[in-house]
Design a binder for this molecule. Structure first.
Ligand SMILES: [Zn+2]
Length: 338
C-alpha cells in the first residue's frame, strides 16, 4: 500500500491541476473512462470497445492506456482515486471481478490490485447498478433524497439501494438484486436459478420473448410488420412502437410488463419506504408509456407507505451514468461513507 494523504495530495499540488477523480465504466460491449472534479463535473471523457473476445489482460491494458489519455486530456498526472463500475458478480471488498456473464473470461480478476499498482492511488470497485444508484443519488435525480432505490430495466434488471446516504451492500455485497425477487410462483426459469423472477418476466429480453410467444399463435398485426415479418427481429422497441400504433397484442404484452414491474416496485416501496425510486435502463425509453401507468399500477399495491411522498422518476445522468456512478463509488469511499 502507500500513503494516500501525503503522496497524492502533494503530487496533485505539483501538477498545478485541480484534484481529479477517475471513473471507469466497464460494460460487455464498451468501456467509458472519465476524469471529474470532486463536485462531479466531468473534465474529460473517452470510450472504447471492450473487445471481450480478446480476454481480460488485453482489455485491462487498453483501459490503462485510456485512463492515461484522459489524464493527459485533463492536464493531470495522477488521480486522487479511481472508481470502477463493472458488471457483477464481483467482490467490492477485495476488488476482484468474479466471472460476470457479460465479461466471459474475467474469472477472479484482481482488478483493484492491478489498477492500484499502475496508478499508485486508491481504487474502488462496485457493480454497475450500485454505481448507477450512487451516481443518481449524489449527482442526478436523487440529490434531494436520503433513501433511494435505483432500478435499471434493460437486457436484465438490476438495482441498487441507498439507505440514509449509504449503499446497502448486504452479505457478500449481494443486496439490491431487485430483478431476482419472485413475481410468479411457477413462472419461467430465470438464469439465476429461480423461477418467476422480475427479470425473467419484465426485462427487455423477457418482453421480446413474451411478444414472440404471443406472435407464434397470433402473427397478424403491427409487430410482425414492424419486424419485417421476421419473428427473431421482434424486440422491446417493436412492442413499444406497435403499442403506439394501437396494436392489441402489443398492448397486452405491454400491460403485462407494467403489471409485473408494478409488483416488483411496490414490493420494494413497501419494504423500504424510500423517498425516491429512480427507474432507468433501455426499456424506460418507452417514456410516457412506462412511468405514468407504472405509478398508477404501483398505487394499487401499496397501502402502508404514503405513496404521495415517494417519487418514481426517470434518471438524470443519461449516458454518463456509468462513469459518473464509478466516480461516485470512489467518492463514497474517500469520504469514509462506504
Ligand atoms: Zn432470477
Amino acid at each position: 500500500m502507500f500513503d494516500k494523504a501525503g503522496e497524492t495530495v502533494s503530487r496533485g499540488a505539483q501538477d498545478g491541476a485541480a484534484k481529479l477523480l477517475v471513473g471507469i465504466d466497464i460494460g460487455g460491449t464498451k468501456v467509458a473512462v472519465a476524469t471529474a472534479e470532486i463536485g462531479g463535473r466531468i473534465v474529460a471523457k473517452r470510450k472504447m470497445p471492450t473487445e471481450v473476445e480478446k480476454g481480460p489482460q488485453y482489455t485491462i491494458q487498453k483501459i490503462i492506456a485510456l485512463v492515461r489519455q484522459v489524464l493527459d486530456d485533463s492536464g493531470a498526472a495522477r488521480p486522487i482515486a479511481v472508481g470502477v463500475g463493472c458488471g457483477g458478480p464481483l467482490d467490492p471488498d477485495e476488488g476482484v471481478i468474479l466471472s460476470p456473464p457479460n465479461l466471459p473470461g474475467w474469472d477472479a480478476i484482481p482488478l483493484r490490485q492491478i489498477l492500484e499498482d499502475e496508478f499508485r492511488t486508491y481504487v474502488y470497485i462496485d457493480n454497475d447498478a450500485n454505481a448507477a444508484a450512487l451516481g443518481e443519488y449524489r449527482f442526478g435525480a436523487g440529490v434531494e433524497a436520503s433513501n433511494l432505490v435505483y432500478i435499471t430495466v434493460s437486457t436484465g434488471i438490476g438495482g441498487g439501494i441507498i439507505v440514509n446516504g449509504r449503499l446497502l451492500q448486504g452479505i457478500r455485497a449481494s443486496a439490491g438484486e431487485i430483478g431476482h425477487q419472485t413475481i410468479l410462483r411457477d413462472g419461467v426459469r430465470c438464469k439465476c436459478g429461480n423461477r418467476g423472477c422480475l427479470e425473467a418476466l419484465a426485462s427487455g429480453t423477457a418482453i421480446a420473448r413474451r411478444a414472440r410467444e404471443a406472435l407464434a399463435s397470433r402473427p397478424n398485426g403491427r409487430m410482425m410488420a414492424i419486424a419485417g415479418g421476421d419473428l427473431q427481429k421482434v424486440t422491446t422497441e417493436t412492442v413499444v412502437q406497435a403499442v403506439r400504433e394501437g396494436d392489441s397484442v402489443a398492448l397486452e404484452i405491454w400491460n403485462e410488463t407494467i403489471e409485473y414491474l408494478s409488483i416488483g416496485v411496490a414490493n420494494v416501496i413497501t419494504t423500504l419506504a424510500p423517498d425516491m425510486v429512480v427507474i432507468g435502463g433501455g426499456v424506460t425509453e418507452a417514456g410516457d408509456l412506462l412511468y405514468a401507468p407504472l405509478r398508477q399500477a404501483v398505487g394499487k399495491r401499496v397501502f402502508l407507505v404514503p405513496l404521495d411522498r415517494v417519487k418514481i422518476v426517470s434518471p438524470k445522468l443519461g449516458t454518463d451514468v456509468g462513469v459518473v456512478g464509478a466516480i461516485a463509488v470512489a467518492l463514497q469511499h474517500l469520504e469514509g461513507k462506504g
